[in-house]
Design a protein around this ligand. Structure first.
Ligand SMILES: *Cc1c(COP(=O)(O)O)cnc(C)c1O
Length: 491
């Protein structure tokens, strides 16, 4: 018992907590400073890092938590670093991180109201406020869940209950051959969701994209007709807003029209881009958002919140009660039995974190203007990087950036490279950038072309740093090309 008592010692928590907050404050200050000596990442081989941590653990050196925190900070990628331009996670606000500490400390499971009184109410307010900011009216509601992947699956389960009958929950849908329509450029989790529901290949109709990467409306109609003649019962169409790889927004208004005409559930996977609705200069990309039956949006991508924190919004909030419902007659009693406060009725999760607190504290302390400024700022950076690339004959853009995702490649136009060689060159450049750690960007391959991919999530990234990043890519590409020419690998 003595050991257990000591482990819960409140004074020790105070001391360790103060120390940790000091350490993180120093860390953030340093990461944000963009000091050229501070790398964005110290990339090392996984086996090397494993051996290193194993040895440190065995030595007893990590018995002191402060040493663990230090080592974690040193071996982690710094999303607060202005030269971080890689995957789509937000540099979380320090205040939102503190909300996480509160949530972890209280461990209110939230599946039922009693196990999260404040948490349940806060979540409702956070969702309602966000829905209004996205442009929805007071009929819209929903909940928070753990990631866009789970939100998309949940929305499709709701769609099935709404478009078929809640009884599919009991009887299954094996006889029906249900299906959905989605762009071939959609996030893979939509494909996965359809397969989890047991619809198989025939249940996922992937619509071609146009040259600019949007869902092709002509192909949509053709594929729909074709699928129907083959016996697929379509229940949903999913718009990507935006696509993960290239950051392209599907024509949402046109998809909404299509959904109405064919009585489909219109879901928008707005994991990344729904937040553009908050930024007046960029909101046109997401026009049609509020016509969706459901929208998924990751706060942890574009709204400064630690992972995972996703909103699933239903235009008519009552629909959200269908998802896991067993009987149709229950729907008659919607209003009476609504029970918004027992969140586990509607979420995939049973126990979950106090996700709403991280959102609520931002809205309540800063107000929505902070989000608007942030989204505008990072999208401005996307636009500026797009302009720099367009103006530079050494580079080629995949598509004009709509938001803060920018894909481009070094063209090597002085050399006569075939597609694979050019792809290989860009991949090699990205590999060097990762090893060097001065910038962080990623790569993606779409229609057999490899692009360097930047998500500009850091509001402190400057145009000068974007120029430096391009210069770094150019310098590496040129050096690699010279080397390959000397080795006789290319002409
Ligand atoms: C990131 C992303 C997802 C996946 O969301 P998670 O929160 O990582 O589960 C789904 N769809 C799109 C369009 C995304 O950008």
């Amino acid at each position: 018992m003595e050991r257990i008592k000591a482990a819960y010692d409140a004074e020790r928590f105070r001391e360790q907590g103060h120390q940790l907050v000091d350490q993180l404050a120093d860390y953030w200050a340093q990461a944000l400073s963009a000091d050229p000596r501070v790398p964005v990442n110290r990339y090392r081989d996984p086996n090397e890092v494993y051996a290193d941590w194993r040895a440190a653990y065995a030595s007893g050196d990590l018995a002191d938590p402060q040493r663990i925190w230090e080592k974690v900070l040193a071996d982690s990628i710094h999303v607060h670093h202005p030269r971080y331009m890689g995957h789509q996670v937000a540099p979380p606000l320090p205040l939102a991180a503190l909300a996480g500490l509160v949530s972890d400390s209280l461990n209110n499971g939230m599946a039922i109201y009693e196990m999260g009184q404040a948490a349940s109410v806060i979540e409702r307010i956070a969702v309602e406020e966000t829905a209004r900011l996205l442009g929805f009216d007071e009929n819209t509601g929903g909940f928070l869940t753990s990631g866009g992947t789970l939100a998309n699956l949940t929305a499709l389960l709701t769609a099935r209950a709404a478009k078929v009958t809640p009884e599919v929950w009991i009887n299954g849908d094996q006889e029906l051959q249900l299906g959905l329509l989605v762009s071939e450029a959609a996030h893979y989790c939509v494909d996965r969701a359809a397969r989890i529901m047991g619809w198989g290949d025939r249940g996922i109709t992937k619509v071609k994209t146009t040259a600019s990467g949007q869902m092709d409306l002509r192909d949509l109609l053709e594929k729909y007709k074709q699928g129907k003649t083959e016996g697929v019962k379509y229940i949903s169409i999913i718009g990507s807003a935006c696509t993960t790889a290239l950051g392209v927004f599907d024509p949402l208004d046109a998809l909404a029209d299509f959904a109405v005409a064919h009585e489909l559930w219109f879901h928008i996977d707005g994991a990344h881009g729904a937040a553009l609705a908050l930024a007046p200069e960029y909101a046109h990309h997401i026009a049609g958002l509020t016509r969706a039956d459901s929208v998924a949006m990751d706060y942890h991508k574009m709204l400064l919140t630690p992972t995972l924190c996703t909103g699933l919004f239903y235009r008519d909030h009552r629909e959200s009660y269908r998802t896991f419902q067993q009987q149709a007659d229950y729907l008659m009693e919607w209003e009476a039995a609504d029970q918004w406060y027992n969140l586990g009725r509607r979420t995939f999760e049973c126990t979950k974190l106090m996700l709403g607190l991280k959102v609520f504290v931002q809205l309540s302390h800063f107000g929505p203007d902070l989000w608007r400024d942030y989204v505008t700022r990072v999208c401005d950076n996307g636009r500026d990087l797009g302009r720099l690339i367009t103006a530079d004959p050494d580079f080629e853009l995949a598509t004009l950036p709509a938001a803060n995702i920018v894909c481009f490649r070094y063209r090597a136009s002085d050399f006569n490279l075939n597609r694979d060689e050019l792809n290989g060159l860009n991949r090699a450049v990205r590999g060097e950038i990762l090893q060097e750690g001065h910038f962080y960007l990623v790569q993606t391959t779409v229609n057999e072309i490899t692009w360097l991919r930047c998500t500009l999530t850091n509001p402190f990234t400057t145009t000068e740093q974007l120029r430096e990043m391009l210069a770094s890519v150019r310098e590496k590409a040129r050096r690699l090309l010279r080397l390959r020419r000397e080795l006789g690998q290319i002409q």
